[in-house]
Ligand binder design. Sequence first.
Ligand code: NAD
Length: 499
Amino acid sequence: MQELTHYINGAHVKGTSGRFADVMNPATGEVQAKCPLASAEELDQAVKHAAAAQPAWAATNPQRRARVLMRLVDLLNRDMDKLAEALSREHGKTLPDAAGDVQRGLEVVEYCIAAPQLLKGEFTDSAGPGIDMYSMRQALGVTAGITPFNFPAMIPMWMFAPAIACGNAFILKPSERDPSVPLMLAELAEEAGLPKGILQVVNGDKEAVDAILQHDVIQSVGFVGSTPIAEYIYATGCANGKRVQCFGGAKNHMIIMPDADMDQAADALIGAGYGAAGERCMAISVAVPVGDETADRLIEKLVPRIEKLKVGPYTSGKDVDYGPVVTAAAKANIERLVQTGIDQGAELVVDGRDFKLQGYEDGFFVGPHLFDRATKDMDIYKQEIFGPVLTCVRAQSYEEALGLAMDHEYGNGTAIFTRDGDAARDFANRINVGMIGINVPIPVPLAYHTFGGWKKSVFGDLNQHGPDAFKFYTRTKTVTARWPSGIKEGGEFSIPVME
Ligand code: NAD
């Protein structure tokens, strides 16, 4: 059995806590590796190395720091296939989807190459007589991030690329379900020239997370994962005086107007609802057709497309649309929620419950499901299922459809499919959700914009990547400077006002 490690101060280090998590092969249901779960002492070791290495890294000029990121981009491209394979093996997603996971993170590294420009600060010449004023963006020091299982390459890169570009040291606590790619990323960063101790990986569970939240030296905590944990980490981190940003769960609605291109809408729903087995925070899990006729046309288009979906292991290559879900517990939770849908009266139009794959009977595969005529009081509508289950809630008007999405507790992403520019514009203006697609089903912003939801999908005020990340990972220091001629005129005893 492979025993995975931590990555501390430039070396793979075995866990010493004696506690391990099983890393599964989701396609076969077998345990394929043991992931060490760090104790507070192990986390403290990493923090000490980070604190020792960080001042010299912060003092390295931003252009040189950016050059490390440039080389990292080359190395990520060089090792793309290797990274995608390792990712699929532990997560279960298809190889093209795994490569997309790496690619979307790589694009954030590319964006961070602009660190010299993004960190330039501000300068006011002659803010007062003989007085200049300037603002600097300085690194926080030792920073940390806690990431979910579903994007084990992209989300760590969302965090560590801007953190290190700004001159911080970063400690990553990845998901214990698929920790291999984060370890590979730390190795690659060092091969790219990153000094030891600037990017470390401490594997673990709640114990390591609590140690991060309680450690005095750690200045900021980034989190992506489920909403209850996001709320806990935000509250605890803030109470401990840290800068915290937490991104939580989602229930993303797609509104289909009567004038939408129904083939385009159905294709979009298939990719956005069932891709990655629905294990995406930007998956569309609720379809809201406006009017019964629209709903009937949509269901008619969806059913044959869903029946054609190919579910299988990533090793079957391009022949597979989506793979297994991540654990037996995730599969059981999906099955439980599907049963509540049936019990609470939704119509199960496509029933994936009996799905079996020959040779992979113990894998965590879930067949595709489609519910119609669900209502907003049902659990399948209220809760995040995080599986290949699309729920259709019929609305009788645009206002009712808009109101549904607005009333839902989550507000990560949403989409509208229509040919009417006025409806699309009204939707984008009024909806209380962070990321909006207009005839685009998964509106994940590119690296140079920012990513973030609203409502219970986020805790904190700055988004991920883009310009917000450079704000999150730096503190502003503003200097007001006057040189000796000013001093000659004697002291000032009242509060200075710029005239
Ligand atoms: P999760 O909340 O179970 O785990 C996320 C991280 O928190 C992991 O590193 C885990 O080890 C840690 N953790 C788990 N339980 C903890 C506890 N009790 N105390 C402290 N730390 C704990 O989430 P997951 O299952 O890995 O990921 C799926 C969830 O993440 C979904 O809800 C999905 O919507 C969400 N997600 C959100 C975004 C976003 O940007 N909003 C992106 C991806 C995933």
